[in-house]
Design a protein around this ligand. Structure first.
Ligand code: SF4
Length: 320
């Protein structure tokens, strides 16, 4: 499909989906690597402000690279991250500082400004990705995001996780889908690049319900989206729930998941760039599902190959 498809899709490029990484390569003229940071934030769903114990699937240690610890300054973490990635990807033309751990807007606006500016001042950093919860932004924080967005590349990524309040309650998420919708609209209306994170396979959701979220999200002013398969991670409340009653979980095997995310992409607005298709917790942290995890890159190759076999592409069925 590759060469023939050039120019055939609403996005530029040859992949059968609107790839955020391809978009970034076009914008910066080469690969720009994300470098994770743990800036020492906590989370209102852990400290008692909106809840205690956190989301039932959450163990932040599963996603934090080793060089990320809040005892180190932001500058130190970024420099160590850059040197780590340089060994793997020699050809990066720059870096995006990724405020990843916990809730990265859960602080006073003055403190946030200092932290974000420290990251932007590190040589080679071209912009920021800020991961947060939809109930942890307000007008002042959004104005700060808007001012950063005017001078640097910025993506604010909201953990939406599900469009269904019954699911959000079940996993103790501590916010509603209406709050997600309102945060996305408020962010995008200020001209800030806005992203969503979604988990497929949360307990109590049928596959049809999961798929129906594609059209709900297609109507939101989103620029990017990330998908994760539900993983039962060690040290979480969900691990106990899974051990006590595995039947309440309908986890995806790899073949099912690959076909599911393709069906989801077919229904998704082609203007929304896909940032990730799969989650990648360290294998030692995962209880289930065990996919004999291959590297994310090879899973993406399999997804693209399957899209070609199915003669489909992102947005093919959007609005139909
Ligand atoms: S997933 Fe995010 S919001 Fe939920 S408990 Fe973990 S850090 Fe907090």
């Amino acid at each position: 499909m590759s060469n023939e498809a050039e120019g055939r899709f609403p996005w530029r490029g040859t992949r059968p989906y609107n790839s955020l990484s391809a978009q970034i390569v076009r914008e910066f003229g080469g690969r720009v690597q994300k470098v994770s940071i743990d800036a020492g934030f906590t989370c209102p769903n852990r400290d008692g402000t909106t809840g205690r114990g956190g989301c039932t699937y959450c163990n932040n240690d599963a996603f934090n690279p080793l060089y990320c610890t809040p005892e180190k300054s932001i500058t130190e973490q970024i420099l160590q991250g850059i040197s780590f990635h340089r060994r793997r990807y020699r050809r990066s033309v720059g870096y995006l500082a990724y405020f990843q751990a916990y809730t990265n807007s859960y602080e006073s606006v003055d403190k946030l400004e200092i932290l974000y500016n420290e990251a932007l001042a590190v040589e080679g950093v071209k912009g920021l990705v800020i991961g947060t919860r939809p109930d942890c932004v307000n007008d002042d924080i959004l104005e700060l995001f808007a001012s950063i967005s005017e001078k640097s590349w910025l993506l604010v990524e909201y953990g939406i996780e599900s469009c269904y309040n019954k699911t959000l309650r079940r996993v103790n998420r501590g916010h509603s889908f209406e709050e997600s919708e309102s945060a996305v609209r408020a962010t995008s209306s200020r001209g800030i690049r806005t992203g969503a994170h979604l988990i497929f396979g949360l307990p109590g959701e049928s596959r049809e319900e999961m798929l129906a979220q594609a059209s709900i999200l297609s109507d939101l002013p989103l620029d990017t989206i990330k998908f994760h398969q539900l993983q039962i991670v060690r040290g979480t409340r969900m691990e106990k729930e899974y051990n006590d009653e595995p039947g309440q979980f309908d986890l995806f095997n790899w073949d099912e998941y690959r076909d599911f995310v393709i069906s989801f992409a077919e229904l998704l607005n082609p203007a929304i760039a896909i940032d990730r298709f799969t989650g990648e917790a360290p294998p030692a942290m995962i209880i289930a599902p065990r996919w004999n995890m291959k590297r994310t890159d090879s899973l993406i190759v399999e997804i693209e190959k399957r899209m070609e076999e199915r003669e489909t592409w992102q947005g093919r069925l959007c609005g139909k």
